[in-house]
Design a protein around this ligand. Structure first.
Ligand SMILES: Nc1ncnc2c1ncn2[C@@H]1O[C@H](COP(=O)(O)OP(=O)(O)O)[C@@H](O)[C@H]1O
Ligand SMILES: [Mg+2]
Length: 260
């Protein structure tokens, strides 16, 4: 599980999201110190893992919600996904929130299967996908358990499986591992990388953990300021992903200083 050095895209990826002069206004947030996202532009690559870092309150969740089609208040500009304006949530772009929102009355298997109800395909094919997914996230042994019987890491694995079983083009993750302890968190990083290697799904993950961003991301973007802007934008080569290597620690410290 510890081997994070799966094949990574070496060249700049095609664009999945084009955030184009996006402004998000909340009711009463106009004017000074108001809306966190004003006239913000950024391209996010397809088929790679982009990690977004930044101080609390800078607008990361709001940005992720805009990518997921959940923001109604885009008063100007917008987000294009593969050339189309995003206007509403879709099955192609799935978001996982920090609180994983599992259905407490459904067991693990049924929680994961829930997403399949909205998908095309024969019953047999869906069952195969479900079994494969249970294996991929290492939950076969727990498939009959209910959410309250699971550890935090298991619950988050169910949430990821429930999203990925729908075979979305994009998975958006908002601080998905922040409630987990360090060792579990690192196992989840390895799992995420494995799933990415197998599916090449576009992942966009918000985190406040710099080590996490550097270990998981192909690209790490630091956001900050009000209105929000890009403070740092780095591609993280596979040779970088040595947690205790001097260049890793140097970049980690640099980013931590930027966020503080
Ligand atoms: N529903 C809302 N109504 C009004 N203001 C909001 C709303 N959601 C977020 N904001 C404002 O946007 C800022 C950024 O929020 P958020 O995107 O959650 O930041 P982050 O995820 O980076 O911590 C908040 O400080 C708040 O001022
Ligand atoms: Mg947030």
């Amino acid at each position: 599980m510890e081997n994070l050095k799966v094949l990574a895209p070496t060249t700049k990826a095609d664009v999945a999201f084009k955030i184009d002069h996006l402004t998000v206004d909340f009711p009463g947030s106009k004017g000074e110190g108001g809306s966190p996202i004003r006239d913000f532009s950024l391209d996010i690559g397809s088929g790679e893992i982009t990690c977004l870092l930044g101080p609390s309150g800078c607008g990361k969740t709001t940005l992720l919600r805009a990518l997921g089609g959940f923001v109604r208040g885009a008063s100007d500009g917008g987000v294009l996904f593969q050339g189309q304006w995003i206007e509403a949530p879709s099955r192609e772009i799935v978001m996982i929130f920090q609180e994983n929102n599992l259905y407490p009355w459904l067991n693990v298997r049924k929680n994961i299967a829930f997403g399949l109800a909205y998908c095309d395909g024969s019953r047999r094919e869906k069952n195969e996908r479900l079994e494969q997914m249970l294996q991929d996230v290492d939950l076969v042994h727990a498939s009959a358990k209910y959410p309250h019987e699971l550890s935090g890491g298991m619950r988050q694995r169910v949430a990821i499986a429930r999203a990925l079983v729908m075979q979305p083009r994009v998975l958006l993750l908002d601080e998905p591992f922040s409630a987990l302890d360090v060792s579990l968190r690192r196992r989840m990083h390895a799992l995420l990388r494995q799933i990415w290697a197998a599916t090449r799904t576009t992942f966009v993950m918000v985190t406040h953990n710099v080590e996490e961003a550097l270990m998981v991301g192909h690209r790490v973007i630091v956001l900050g300021g009000r209105p929000m802007s890009v403070v740092l934008d780095e591609r993280i080569g596979e040779t970088m992903k040595e947690r205790y290597a001097p260049e890793f620690l140097k970049l980690q410290k640099h980013i931590e200083d930027l966020i503080d």
